[in-house]
Design a protein around this ligand. Sequence first.
Ligand code: ASP
Length: 426
Amino acid sequence: MEYNPDLPFYKRLHWQVLAAMILGSLAGVTFGEAGAEAIGWIGELFMRLLRMIIVPLVLTSIVSGVASVGGGRAVGRLFGKTLGYYVVSSFLAASVGLLMVNLIRPGVDSNIVEASTDPMLVDTPDSFIQLILDIVPINFVGAAGTGDMLAIIFFCIVFGAAITTLPERPRVIITDIFDAFFKAMMALTSGIIKLLPIGVLALITRMVGTTGFDAFGTLAKYIATLASGLTIHLFITLPLVLYFGGRLASGRPISPIIHFRNMLEPLLVAFSTSSSGATLPVTIKTVREKVGVSNKVSSFVLPMGATVNMDGTAVFECVGALFIAQALGADLSFMTQATVVLTALLASIGAAAVPSAGLVVIFIVLEAIGLGGNADAALIVGAMLAIDRPLDMARTAVNVYSDSCGAAIIARSEGEDHVDAQVAVG
Ligand code: ASP
């Protein structure tokens, strides 16, 4: 993708994608289910193209990135900064959720249990220890085959680190090979990104055409609470984190406006696909080429971030679980609320980067506050599922944005001064 300042606006990708979203919404409203069925498969095809490139892109990006970091200590330093950022930003997100749910109190006096009809049947995820065990793959090819992201990332990081310990000749050969593969994957990503407007048009038509609006009324207060939490995190908390994080990292703040404008495309893709995983190729490409972060940093922060750093999901877990607790008249003591914040963090780490994953892991939070086996709680989750898609779209965009903010701040702390120096047009 070349960034050409002379390009007329209608040839710029993010405007095309925005136009596709508007057209898709109109088509969805006009043609309903029929429209969704007619072109929904094109959206599916586009999602498949994106998902097709995730494993090879992440593999080559991490190995070549980590190999270029040089030395185990540098790897450890980057890893520490990355995890530190994830914890801080997700904690802030859960706190925003907590604040909003206590201000608006969406569950108090709601008649949601009577209004919901479908009990939600989901598998409760495995324990947290299992989550950690699963990070180490027994078989790398198996992990790559099933797209098990954390296991792939773990292998690539230790493999890349091992490369840095090799003698000069084999090290240069293997690094060059992975670099070359990575360049080829980026070229493929660019090709697929050109199809964005078509993919987005189909995805939005399908979403609008198939979502019923009946359930929205009873859950209006919950929707308003979550939407305001996500908005505050996206437009107030994360910009502040960028500004002050940039200053702390490099003595110079990062402009939230420049960063936001540079990140428009991945945000729109996250919104349309509801999957941080499927958006990852677009995120990697944009953060490298528009935000200006090196492969060394982006390969560390983004793939892992797409999988474990989910700020939007953390806001959601907090709001969702406390909404249910309020609706059931459950105990809302300080301890309960603190437990919700902590487990919301864990649940957001455990949620997969796919549509509606956040709703599945809400049972981790409910379990922790004694509502895990509660049939009424399951009923409410069922009602929340009915209207989850648009909310999932919004929280996925927040998830992706937090990753890119982290990449920009960490890159600055590594001396990459040109990061977010300007809006990259094109
Ligand atoms: N759909 C979200 C994502 O992929 C996860 C969630 O459901 O909260 O980031």
